[in-house]
Structures are given as C-alpha cells and as structure tokens.
Design a binder for this molecule. Structure first.
Ligand SMILES: Nc1ncnc2c1ncn2[C@@H]1O[C@H](COP(=O)(O)OP(=O)(O)O)[C@@H](O)[C@H]1O
Ligand SMILES: [Mg+2]
Length: 274
C-alpha cells in the first residue's frame, strides 16, 4: 500500500525526443509537474506542444528519452498492471457491435470479473453518467455526448484513482460540452479521482481544474502553471454553472490566455535541418 499522501503523478525532468534520420523533434524538454491525489490538472497549449505525448508517457504507451515518471509511487508500467488509472481519449473508442453495458464491462471482463459482478458495476456506472435506460442500446444509437459518457463510464469501471483524458470533449457542441464538464466535476467529487486532462479550450481548463499547466511548442515545455482555485472558484469539486459568470473565472481565463500568448513565436529559432 502506498500512503494517501503519495502524488497521483510525479513527472521529473522529462525529455521526449523523436528521431528520424537526421531530423529530431523535441516533443518535450525538461518537463516537471505533479498531480496530487484527488487533484484536477489540465494541460493546455497549441497543437504540437507535447500534451498527448506527456499523457502517453504517463499511461505507459511510450517511454521518456530522459527523466522519470511515477504514478502513485510506482513505474507507469506497474501502475498500468495494477489498473491504477482509466483512459478516455477524444474519440469515444466504443466497440460498435457491443451494447453500451458490455462496452463498459469490457475492462472488467478482461480482468476476469464474473458476469453478475460486472452487471452490477455497469448498472452503477450507467446511473453515475445518467444513462441508466441505455445499457442495452448500441453505440450508434446514441448521440456523441452520450457516447462520450459511455467512454467515461468505461474508464471508471475499475474505480481508478486517476483518470487520463485527452481532449475527451473536443468533438462535442458547446452546450453538450458544458453539460459534460458539469458531469465530470460531479463524478470527480463522488469518486475522489485525480485527473490529468488535455484540452484546447481555456474556459474548459479553468472551469474544471485546480491548476492549469500552460505549454508551448518547439521544444514542448511548461511555460507556466496557473492556480485556478482562487477566490470565488473554490476547489475543482465545487464548480457549478455560476462559476462560469464569476469575476474570478474571467480573471483566471485572462491569466491563462496571457501566458499562452506570451510564449515565444513558434519555429523562429532552432529549425536547422538540412
Ligand atoms: N510518434 C511520433 N513520431 C515522431 N514525432 C512525433 C510522434 N508523436 C508526436 N510527435 C511530434 O511531437 C510533437 C508533440 O506532439 P503531440 O504530443 O501530439 O502534441 P499535442 O498533443 O500537444 O498537439 C509534435 O511535433 C509531433 O509531430
Ligand atoms: Mg494531442
């Protein structure tokens, strides 16, 4: 057992360099960031700044060129074996030939959980994401927002202490997106899960997060970390629609925007491949 105070994620001095022939892309340069247990942290920055790369490293889908990563005090590989985290990416990634319930039950089935227990868990999760009447439907009978909720339910199936989410709401319309954000706040409050969340949307990052990590490309690095839990916003578990109209919300959005635009113009220096 790891003590409750162990960080969910600890990234220390990580580089990820992709080499192809004589070209090299420095996807991440000297990145250090931590996510506390139960904390919600967003990564924001222009395309190509290494957000997905960082998430993939934490999820053990890739390995750093330098530096170290621990997940609940373990290597990413061990954390993956222990099912310490759930993953939800931009495309819901549901299997079209399976019902909604059996999509949610899939990770449990793969880990040998019996059918009665699986069914009980998927009923619970369907209720959590507000889809209790849709377990027997197939994914193509659901709207994009509903499919995304199924993907989140599936990510939660094994009660992970950590969720890794890469632009999970990127394909949704604005109204559905705000509703999903409210749902995610409630789910995190109910489960106590920590989240590392990638988004392109500044308001989304500020609304959901305790801290917003602002990144910049070439090389991909952290330019600033903005605390979003200031006066009027409270912790990430306390966000309601009223927060969207709070002065502190606009101040924090403006602060993040300033950090994003204050970063050096991409591609001006360091492109010397011939
Ligand atoms: N497998 C790969 N091979 C070569 N280059 C890659 C690979 N994955 C990512 N990159 C490069 O690394 C940089 C960061 O990519 P990525 O993490 O996907 O950025 P983001 O998610 O912030 O848009 C980009 O320049 C991208 O082209
Ligand atoms: Mg990406």
């Amino acid at each position: 057992m790891t003590p409750a105070s162990t960080a969910a994620i600890e990234v220390t001095g990580v580089d990820r360099i992709f080499r192809r022939r004589r070209d090299e892309v420095v996807a991440l340069r000297d990145v250090s960031v931590s996510v506390a247990a139960g904390e919600f942290v967003s990564l924001i920055g222009p395309s190509g700044c290494g957000k997905s790369t960082l998430l993939r490293l934490v999820a053990d889908l890739d390995t750093p060129t330098a530096g170290s990563i621990s997940v609940f005090g373990k290597t990413p590989r061990q954390a993956r074996r222990d099912q310490d985290y759930g993953i939800a990416f931009q495309q819901a990634g549901l299997l079209p030939w399976r019902t909604v319930a059996s999509n949610i039950e899939l990770p449990l089935k793969l880990h040998g959980v019996g059918s009665a227990e699986r069914r009980a868990r998927s009923d619970e999760l369907l209720e959590l994401v507000g889809l209790e009447d849709f377990g027997k439907h197939h994914p193509d009978q659901l709207s994009g927002g509903m499919q995304q909720r199924v993907a989140i339910a599936r990510a939660l199936a094994e009660s992970p202490r950590l969720l890794l989410m890469d632009e999970p709401f990127g394909a949704l319309d604005e109204i559905t997106r705000e509703r999903m954000q409210n749902e995610l706040v409630r789910i995190c409050r109910d489960t106590g899960a920590a989240v590392l969340f990638v988004t392109h949307s500044i308001p989304e990052a500020v609304f959901l997060s305790d801290r917003v990590v602002v990144m910049s490309p070439r090389p991909g690095r952290i330019v600033d970390i903005v605390t979003a839990g200031g006066a009027g916003l409270g912790s990430s578990h306390e966000r309601t629609d009223e927060v969207r109209d709070a002065a502190e919300f606009f101040h924090t959005v403006a602060a993040v925007r300033e950090h994003l635009h204050g970063s050096p113009v991409a591609g001006v220096r360091g492109v010397e491949s011939r």
